[in-house]
Design a protein around this ligand. Structure first.
Ligand SMILES: CC(C)(COP(=O)(O)OP(=O)(O)OC[C@H]1O[C@@H](n2cnc3c(N)ncnc32)[C@H](O)[C@@H]1OP(=O)(O)O)[C@@H](O)C(=O)NCCC(=O)NCCS
Length: 199
C-alpha cells in the first residue's frame, strides 16, 4: 500500500529535539498510545468507567472534533528511537488575543526521570514562543507531583499561586513569560497549520 496522504494539517507537524521526535498525533498514534498509557495518568473526569486507553482515544477525537481557531488542543505523540513513549499536548484558549499556551503530558514509566519530560515540553514551548508568537506559558500540577513541577521549574517557570480543590488537595500554578530554549528545536510542516490556528 502506498503512503497515506496527509489531509489534516496537524498530522504533518513534526518537532525534533536532540533525542525525541514529536509528531502531530493521528488516530493511529492515538491507538498506539492507548495501548501503553499507564494507570497513573490523570484524564478528563467525564466517563470515569472508560479504560485509560479508551480515555486517550476519546481525548484525541475530542481535540480534533472541537478544534476552533480560538480554542485548540494540539496533541503530539512522543517518539524515541521510533517507539511511542508518551504524549505532549499544547493548548491555546483565545490564543490570538491572549498569546498564552498551556501544556499537558505523560510518559510511560520506563521513559520517566531521564530528561524526556523536559525535552518534550521544550519542543512545544519552542514551537509556541518562536513560531506561533506566544508570550506566556502556564502550567499546573498537584503539589506532590515532583516530576511535573520539576520540568516546569527546570525550564524557568515561576510559581503563580495555588488552587485548593476537593478534599483540600492543592494545585500549584506556574507561569513562564520568557522562553530561553535549552537546545534548538527543528520544526517541519507548520505552514499548513496556520489555517487551523487563524494565524
Ligand atoms: C511529568 C513527566 C512527563 C515528567 O517527565 P520526566 O521525564 O519524568 O522528567 P525529567 O526527567 O525531564 O525531569 C525534569 C526535572 O524534574 C526533576 N524530577 C523528575 N522527576 C522527579 C521526581 N520524581 N522528584 C523530584 N524531581 C524530579 C528532574 O530532576 C529534572 O530537573 P533538573 O533538570 O533540574 O534535574 C513524567 O514524570 C510523567 O509522565 N509523570 C506521570 C504523568 C504526569 O504526572 N503528568 C503531568 C500531569 S500535570
Amino acid at each position: 500500500m502506498g503512503e497515506v496522504p496527509v489531509t489534516w494539517p496537524a498530522h504533518g507537524l513534526v518537532l525534533r529535539t536532540p533525542s525525541l521526535v514529536l509528531r502531530g498525533m493521528s488516530e493511529r498514534d492515538a491507538e498506539a498510545l492507548a495501548a501503553v498509557v499507564p494507570e497513573d495518568v490523570e484524564h478528563d473526569p467525564s466517563f470515569p468507567d472508560l479504560t485509560s486507553g479508551q480515555k486517550v482515544l476519546r481525548q484525541y477525537w475530542r481535540a480534533v472534533a472541537t478544534w476552533t481557531t480560538d480554542s485548540w488542543e494540539l496533541p503530539f505523540v512522543v517518539l524515541r528511537d521510533d517507539l511511542p513513549i508518551g504524549l505532549q499536548a499544547l493548548e491555546g484558549k483565545d490564543f490570538r488575543a491572549r498569546r498564552t499556551v498551556d501544556t499537558a503530558s505523560w510518559l510511560v514509566p520506563s521513559a520517566r526521570g531521564r530528561g524526556n519530560g523536559k525535552q518534550m515540553r521544550s519542543a512545544v514551548l519552542s514551537l509556541a514562543f518562536e513560531h506561533l508568537g506566544a508570550a506566556v506559558a502556564v502550567s499546573e500540577a498537584w503539589e506532590d507531583n515532583a516530576s511535573s513541577l520539576g520540568v516546569s521549574r527546570a525550564l524557568g517557570y515561576r510559581d503563580n499561586g495555588v488552587d485548593v480543590h476537593a478534599g483540600g488537595r492543592r494545585m500549584q500554578r506556574l507561569l513562564l513569560e520568557r522562553w530561553e530554549p535549552p537546545f534548538p528545536v527543528q520544526v517541519e510542516g507548520l505552514e499548513g497549520c496556520f489555517v487551523l490556528l487563524g494565524l
